[in-house]
Design a protein around this ligand. Structure first.
Ligand code: FAD
Length: 474
């Protein structure tokens, strides 16, 4: 591991490539009303939920079929013009910014469930369907798809960023749950990776190469994912702690004892306050763990009792149970809205999010020093974490017009990443690299591994048209 350089990743490098009129004419001829060059549409497609900015793409194609995607990519390739896949737009690291110009391919209209194979616990969908739409569509099957980023992201976007969420501690991330893909390559060919079989030893694992490739290797046009039976019993509880350390130590011990907890989320006292104000809740304004247990009624009771004992050892207050499905939904919705609650707490601010993840035994070391640094900086922040996975997020709430606040926040992020890497962790547990973490990727993997990624990119996308300028520089 190399020592991270100073916080230099403050603004994206813009190197616009020409988008010839001939391409715009060809797109208009092929796609008609499915292609827009309207300023508002382009601007909406040229940003994400992060704080970085770049000029918008020159056109947006609203794809309805894999063939639409293939035709748009072929036309762009003919003119060496970048193509940026766009789904729910909820990414946080500058993933969607057209830093080299180009066209956006919006896959939101491709949002159908293609087949539910309940006996095999799999479903095949188009990429634009969101995680909530998917769970709604399969609700009568007794199955569910567990991966739940805070935003209602698309399944294709979640593949592209290798997303996870609150349930990953029990059910894994997109890496473990994607079985097969259909992909439009950089030359406009439509290929398939993987099958619906639970395992396969057939050649290079192209599915996992695509999962986490952030639109830089192809456009995903179909996805097969695993489903899970809805648990027989579910119970959710909150527990407040005298300190963040007590909550973190409870989590570490729970995981080390092998309790199959389904969700264990840390929310610090600042964030509880913001969530109370936003979601009209009356939670105690102390560090808290929000937990959920899945299994048989006896199994759930046993897990909950064990975690309650551990929490008590660290001074955790008695569990408060959310017994009805409505109460559970209310609590988890409030957790998922924590980001928006925090942003609303400082009108006009932008959040700079961190996303480090460390081995569970190092979680306290990584988190506590970072809290001390954040407190000392004077920048308002929120802190939430999928702590059962060793993953947590600070969101530094900066005034976007203040260069000083941005620099302070970037430096905090930088120190946090350096600490996580020293402790055997990663700069991004789930949000991906995008633009913002390109320098950190190099710090984490070293030049040799990034060179190997470049070699793969050159082989699969020799014109460098697929979402160029992301993950690493060519
Ligand atoms: C409030 C909030 C909470 C969040 N919480 C979490 C969390 O808990 N866990 C987590 O993992 N993330 C989280 N995120 C980040 C974000 O939701 C995820 O990164 C998500 O997976 C992005 O999906 P999307 O559909 O919005 O993709 P977009 O933002 O539209 O795109 C993301 C990237 O994927 C590429 N892409 C999109 N669709 C395709 C496709 N079909 N083929 C190829 N490439 C494609 C894009 O080019 C881009 O590089 C959160 C974001 C917000 C705003």
């Amino acid at each position: 591991m190399n020592a991270p350089a100073a916080a230099t990743h403050l603004l994206p490098e813009i190197q616009l490539r020409a988008v010839p009129e001939a391409l715009l004419d060809a797109l208009a001829a092929r796609f008609g009303a499915q292609c827009s060059t309207a300023q508002a549409v382009r601007e909406q497609h040229g940003r994400d939920e992060g704080s970085l900015k770049a000029p918008p793409p020159s056109a947006v194609v609203f794809a309805e079929t894999a063939q639409d995607v293939a035709d748009a990519v072929k036309l762009a390739a003919r003119h060496d013009v970048p193509v940026i896949p766009y789904a729910a737009g909820s990414s946080l690291e500058g993933h969607l910014l057209a830093v080299q110009g180009g066209i956006s391919i919006d896959v939101n209209r491709m949002n159908r469930v293609l087949s539910v194979d309940a006996d095999d616990l799999t479903v095949t969908v188009q990429p634009g369907i969101t995680r909530k739409q998917l769970n709604d569509a399969i609700k009568d099957t007794g199955l569910f798809f567990p991966i739940d980023p805070g935003a209602d992201a698309s399944i294709g976007g979640m593949c592209a960023t290798r997303a996870s969420g609150t349930n990953a501690v029990r059910y894994g991330t997109m890496r473990e749950n994607v079985l097969a893909l259909e992909v439009v390559t950089a030359s406009g060919e439509i290929i398939r990776t993987g099958t619906r079989a639970k395992k396969s030893a057939a050649g290079y694992d192209l599915t996992r190469l695509m999962v986490g490739s952030e639109g830089t290797l192809g456009v995903i046009t179909e996805v097969t994912v695993r489903l899970y039976p809805l648990p027989e019993a579910v119970s959710a509880a909150i527990c407040s702690f005298p300190s963040i350390e007590a909550a973190v130590r409870t989590t570490i011990q729970t995981i080390q004892l092998g309790v199959p907890i389904a969700r264990v989320e840390l929310i610090d006292a600042h964030t509880v306050r913001m969530v109370n104000a936003h979601s009209k809740l009356g939670l105690r304004e102390e560090p808290m763990l929000l937990m959920e247990f899945h299994g048989s009624p006896a199994g759930v009771k046993e897990q909950a009792e064990l975690v309650q004992e551990i929490a008590a050892e660290f001074g955790g207050n008695a569990f408060e149970w959310a017994t009805t499905p409505e109460e559970r939904t209310r609590l988890w919705t409030a957790r998922h809205n924590a980001y928006f609650a925090a942003v609303q707490s400082r009108p006009g601010c932008r959040a700079i999010s961190t996303d480090t993840c460390v081995p569970i035994s190092r979680l306290a070391d990584c988190l506590l020093d970072s809290v001390t640094e954040a407190d000392a900086s004077g920048i308002p922040y929120f802190l939430v974490g999928h702590v059962g996975d060793g993953n947590f997020h600070f969101g530094y709430l900066i005034d976007p017009d203040s260069a000083e606040e941005r620099l302070t926040a970037e430096n905090l992020n930088h120190q946090l990443v350096a600490r996580a890497l020293r402790l055997g962790g990663t700069c991004t547990g789930e949000h991906g690299v995008g633009l913002h973490k390109m320098g950190f990727l190099l710090d984490e993997t070293g030049a040799g591994a990034v060179d190997m990624m470049r070699a793969i990119k050159r082989a699969l996308d020799p014109r460098n048209i697929m979402n160029p300028g992301k993950i690493f520089a060519m």
